[in-house]
Design a protein around this ligand. Structure first.
Ligand code: DC
Length: 225
């Protein structure tokens, strides 16, 4: 894409990053890259192979020998590990509870960042995660830090889970999200934090369309610079 830009969207768990990133990418005709899915895919495979999710060496060796693919389709992104479709499996409660441990391992992060940079070499990408604006694409033309209250994020996750047939009480979801925030923000290796040049969007009382439109307006301004 000739005059496409790189858009980095970071923020805590369940802030609506992937929903918004998908819409933004589709409206702009950009490629959407969900980096959380990559950490989830590695975690899924590690659990399957009984690899300790705190063992950086074992995890990075595993990451070296598996192939993680993100394939955009009309019905969303398909995630494959060694050719097998794991799109739904990586959203399981077991993967969700273990992914922060995997994502805290320094060597794993180094390898993931390398892979993610390669995926973003062409212009016209929207990438979402925790460290996109700070570590993966530090020179992205547009950086967004998206957040919402824990209660609002839990309520949104509850609705999403119900659609997927996942049954988890709301108070438990609040606890899960707070735990994940803590793990993601307090880890030593590139913790979740707002990049100094990122635009903060608190989506607590905004609709999906309002958030997407706000980001697109910022993107249009950046594109014409
Ligand atoms: O966005 P998500 O919930 O699918 O992300 C899963 C986990 O992966 C999350 O707990 C933090 C981690 N992650 C990360 O550390 N860095 C990223 N760029 C993306 C996700």
């Amino acid at each position: 894409m000739e005059n496409g830009i790189q858009i980095a969207i970071d923020g805590p768990a369940a802030a609506g990053k992937s929903t918004i990133a998908k819409i933004t990418a589709s409206k702009l005709g950009y490629t959407y890259i969900d980096t959380g899915a990559m950490y989830r895919a590695l975690t899924y495979k590690a659990l399957k192979e009984h690899i300790d999710v705190y063992d950086d060496d074992a995890l990075s060796q595993l990451l070296e020998r598996i192939v993680i693919e993100l394939e955009p389709t009309e019905n969303g992104q398909i995630v494959r590990v060694d050719g097998a479709d794991v799109t739904d499996a990586i959203r399981s409660q077991e993967v969700t509870s273990n992914v922060s441990a995997t994502a805290a391992q320094p060597r794993v992060r180094e390898m993931m960042v390398e892979k993610q940079r390669l995926l973003a070499t062409s212009k016209g990408v929207v990438m979402d995660g925790r460290d996109i604006g700070t570590a993966v694409l530090p020179s992205a033309e547009l950086k967004i830090y998206m957040t919402a209250s824990v209660e609002e994020r839990a309520a949104r996750r509850f609705v999403e889970n119900t659609k997927r047939g996942i049954d988890r009480p709301l108070d438990q979801l609040c606890q899960d999200i707070s735990n994940r925030d803590k793990a993601d923000m307090e880890r030593v290796a590139s913790p979740l934090k707002q990049a100094s040049d990122a635009i903060l969007i608190d989506t607590t009382s905004m609709s999906i369309e309002e958030v997407a439109d706000t980001i697109i307006q910022h993107a249009e301004k950046r594109k014409s610079r």
